[in-house]
Design a protein around this ligand. Structure first.
Ligand SMILES: NC(=O)c1ccc[n+]([C@@H]2O[C@H](COP(=O)([O-])OP(=O)(O)OC[C@H]3O[C@@H](n4cnc5c(N)ncnc54)[C@H](O)[C@@H]3O)[C@@H](O)[C@H]2O)c1
Ligand SMILES: [Zn+2]
Length: 386
């Protein structure tokens, strides 16, 4: 045992962390809408906007900034995965400095997860941290990014290598911003919602089964009551799961369902496989492994595969062999402190962890999925509907 150092000076402090994700029924940049103005509270504001979002909503944002905020400036960022770099964080900080954003100023991030990661990290480091309000414009941004506390950019070829845990002042979700989002991006958001429903939200899963087609077709605009209920439910379940482990002291997390081999699949596809699609493939594989082990019924797998199909999400892949997938899981161990902690459903709305799987089990799980997606008797599986 180490000797206590009598001359050691100990500094300790606890910090309460709490923030809200609020929902507007009017457009967030509608001049009548108070939420953003109220949260900015008369302080100087730098708005950081994704380029594409600026093309679509720039006029509304500028008008709102001029009439309802103390606008220091607007900085544009390239909110795509390829461009999620430290250089962009620096550019935002340079804009903040040029516009003389004070220590009590506010950075407002507007965009998808990529733009928000850049804006959030800039807010965390500029003048050692200024207030950060985020306004997501993608479904992933709303139900996933906006609930969490992490911000990261890619560095020297490594995903999310530079980042910070930095609590935002709040998040503002306006579903009407999703009306311009490409359908494939809506599917990716649905993958994250299916993820949390499968591990914690049986009722949410039922609601998705009842309405997924309309939600996808309308880009979460109709039925608006259901769209809002689904988004809020997903965020609440995410918050419930993240809050007790906000700084990730514990590495066995149910929210990692679908996030074990998916990063490697994205990399193997040269990042042309969107994150949500990789998550869907990973969720299917993990669920099939659970069926193989006798931990959940094959009805659970059928429900997942069918829901993913209706959400236009893939569930099979040819990028990696069973052996390679198994090796990915061994690498996952490094990030999860020696344990694989593979999240597997036990029933819809309930999940547990697996610590060991073999390449043979992975191959058998993949065959189980293939047999259901392409049944030998023909392309239509009457019961499951694909
Ligand atoms: N920090 C976190 O907790 C966290 C959590 C999940 C994901 N992420 C990160 O988020 C990123 C993915 O985010 P994403 O899925 O939101 O996509 P994204 O931010 O990469 O945006 C995808 C594309 O959609 C465009 N876009 C955004 N909003 C739009 C709108 N309303 N209409 C039309 N086009 C629009 C963007 O310009 C971009 O071209 C990844 O880099 C991921 O690592 C971070
Ligand atoms: Zn994800």
């Amino acid at each position: 045992m180490m000797q206590a150092d009598a001359s050691a000076v100990r500094v300790g402090a606890a910090r309460d962390v709490s923030y809200e994700v609020v929902h507007t029924t009017r457009g967030v940049f509608d001049l009548q809408e108070n939420t953003l103005a109220a949260r900015a509270g008369g302080r100087d504001v730098l708005i950081v906007v994704d380029h594409r979002v600026h093309q679509l909503y720039g006029d509304d944002i500028r008008r709102y900034g001029a009439r309802r905020l103390r606008l220091a400036g607007i900085a544009l960022v390239d909110g795509t995965e390829d461009a999620k770099s430290w250089a962009q964080v620096e550019r935002v900080c340079a804009a903040a400095l040029e516009r003389r954003l004070p220590r009590d100023g506010v950075i407002v991030g507007v965009g998808g997860g990529s733009a928000l990661d850049i804006a959030g990290l800039a807010a965390a480091v500029f003048r050692r941290g200024v207030a950060y309000v985020r306004i997501p414009t993608t479904l992933v941004g709303m139900v996933d990014v906006c609930v969490g506390i992490k911000h990261a950019v890619n560095f020297m070829g490594e995903k999310s290598a530079l980042g910070a845990f930095y609590p935002p002042a709040c998040g503002i979700n306006d579903l009407s911003l999703l009306r311009t989002l490409p359908p494939r991006q809506i599917s990716c958001g649905l993958a994250e919602i299916i993820k949390i429903a499968m591990v914690r939200g049986e009722r949410l899963f039922d609601t998705l089964e009842a309405h997924v087609d309309a939600l996808l077709r309308s880009r979460f605009q109709e039925p608006i009551g259901v769209a809002l209920e689904v988004a809020v439910d997903a965020e609440r379940l995410m918050a419930g799961e993240l809050a007790p482990n906000l700084f990730e002291a514990c590495r066995s997390r149910l929210v990692d369902f679908g996030h074990s081999v998916s990063p490697r699949l994205e990399a193997a596809a040269g990042f042309r496989l969107p994150h949500g699609e990789a998550v869907a493939i990973d969720m299917a594989l993990s669920t099939a492994l659970s069926v193989e082990r006798g931990l959940c019924s094959d009805r659970v797998l059928d429900r997942l595969l069918h829901l993913c199909d209706r959400a236009a999400l893939p569930v099979t892949q040819t990028l990696l062999t069973a052996e390679e997938l198994w090796r990915c899981l061994q690498e996952v161990r490094r990030h999860r402190r020696g344990a694989i902690n593979l999240v597997v459903p036990l029933a819809v709305g309930h999940a547990g962890f697996l610590q060991e799987v073999t390449p043979d089990e992975i191959a058998a799980a993949a065959r189980l999925i293939d047999a259901r997606v392409h049944p030998p008797s023909g392309p239509v599986h009457a019961g499951a509907g694909f």
